[in-house]
Design a protein around this ligand. Structure first.
Ligand SMILES: [Zn+2]
Length: 441
């Protein structure tokens, strides 16, 4: 082996390690360009209440053009564009792969940040600070960079690949993904499998989410005879409501104990958290202090894992929390459906019954990554709209060894983690889009 070959190998190894990536490393020039494009996207002000959707769509469209993707801008609500990018597969009759990311971000209070939230400042440790660095502008650029690399390598997908960049996820998605999945344009895509956003993982295992908890709201009303403040009597409205609150607190503790004991994850229990209490007879300066009110009301945010039955909870409310025998009524309101169009729970199976799951899992290990136990997400994302259509959808953002900073001050993503994520998506996208199924998916 000549000296020059050794030197060449050394340079290659250095590049490989400096990229933090698995498989073939990027050149330093490639890395710089990829990080630069990530920073450019992060600098677009996409926070509510006035996200710059036009700026984001224009930037992402120019990237898609440079990669050679087909570009379509949809607008289901004026001023709220949805960008749809496509790479046609060699067999467009097969169900396609959809990669989803939202364009918008939650607000950021710059007074709490060490670097301005839309500066995308990269410090000496490689941490890139920006609102959206984790949630979820990173995956949008990683999707695109992975597609750019695959195109550059001459890869040809069997199944069509689509990227949807959608508005309004952070405010419920009613004018974004909810309208998109109901549209003719979406139906035409014939989507077979979706990757959507996940969350950072403080360990070296990637996290993957197969369901969102379902949000409900519970309002309990108690009535009783009004009375003088001094009078002791049974069944006053406030007393009935307090008994209800006590019963809910006991239930809440029992669920919380399972989490504290490590038996269940926080997202695998039913949470019932008080959000308001309403009672009393108001005066211009406060409340009448010698009258026991005839009505009292409390509101609760209820989150239910899709594996739990709402009927069991309803029985508990009827019997223990708000029994009619204590003059109580309640409204339990679901904020979105709990079943998909075929009547199944909104859960993407992570077992042999879902052929996409094994393709996903194998692609992660092929990229050198480790996968944690599949989780239910505590909150909700746009993934629920796709699951509602009966389409298997996994929430996944390749951010291992990263503190969970979504919606937090000083949100950042390390450059090496970002670059490694591109490699992970290259593996995922090539495996998923090449998947030849004999079970008709
Ligand atoms: Zn998000």
């Amino acid at each position: 082996m000549s000296l020059t070959t050794v030197a060449g190998d050394l340079i290659f190894l250095l590049l490989l390690f400096s990229s933090g990536a698995v498989g073939i490393g990027f050149s330093l020039e490639d890395e710089k360009a990829q990080i630069d494009r990530f920073q450019q996207y992060l600098r677009i002000q996409t926070a509510h209440p006035n996200p710059d959707y036009a700026g984001a769509v224009s930037f992402l469209s120019s990237q898609a053009r440079s990669i050679g993707l087909k570009i379509l801008t949809l607008e289901f609500t004026p001023g709220k564009p949805l960008l749809l990018l496509s790479w046609a597969g060699t067999d467009p009759s097969l169900p396609s792969i959809l990669l989803n990311s939202h364009l918008d971000s939650v607000p950021a209070d710059s007074s709490h940040w060490i670097h301005p939230p839309f500066s995308a400042y990269r410090d000496s440790d490689g941490r890139i600070f920006a609102r959206g660095a984790q949630d979820d502008k990173s995956i949008a650029i990683q999707y695109l960079e992975a597609l750019r690399n695959l195109k550059g390598r001459g890869f040809s997908p069997l199944r069509s690949i689509h990227v949807s960049l959608v508005p309004d996820e952070e405010i419920g998605g009613a004018d974004g993904n909810e309208k998109f999945v109901a549209s003719q344009e979406f139906r035409m895509l014939n989507v077979g499998f979706v990757l959507d956003e996940g969350q950072a993982s403080p360990t070296d295992e990637f996290r993957v989410f197969y369901a969102d908890r379902l949000p409900w709201s519970l309002i309990v009303n108690a009535v009783g005879a009004p009375g003088h403040g001094s009078k002791m009597y049974d069944g006053s409205a406030a007393e009935n409501l307090m008994e209800c609150v006590e019963a809910i607190v006991r239930f809440r503790d029992s669920q919380f104990d399972l989490v504290k004991a490590g038996i269940r994850a926080g997202s695998e229990v039913i949470s019932v958290n008080p959000v308001y209490l309403k009672a009393g007879t108001p005066t211009p300066t406060g409340f009448v202090m010698n009258v026991q009110p005839s009505e009292a009301e409390a509101g609760f945010d209820v989150r239910l894992p899709p594996t739990e039955s709402i009927d069991v909870l309803r029985k508990r409310i009827n019997e223990e929390w708000a029994p009619i025998s204590r003059n109580m009524t309640y409204q339990l309101t679901q904020k979105g459906p709990s079943r998909d169009v075929t009547g199944r729970p909104l859960v993407t199976p992570t077992n042999a019954s879902n052929p996409w799951w094994s393709v996903f899992k194998q692609a992660i290990s092929a990229s050198g990554g480790k996968l944690g136990k599949p989780e239910i997400l505590s909150s909700t994302t746009d993934a629920r709209f796709m699951r509602q259509m009966g389409i298997p959808t996994l929430g996944f953002s390749p951010m291992a060894n990263t503190p969970v900073l979504l919606h937090d001050h000083n949100e950042f993503l390390k450059d090496t983690v970002f670059l490694n994520g591109i490699k992970v998506y290259e593996n995922l996208i090539s495996a998923l889009s090449s998947f030849h199924s004999d079970v008709g998916v």
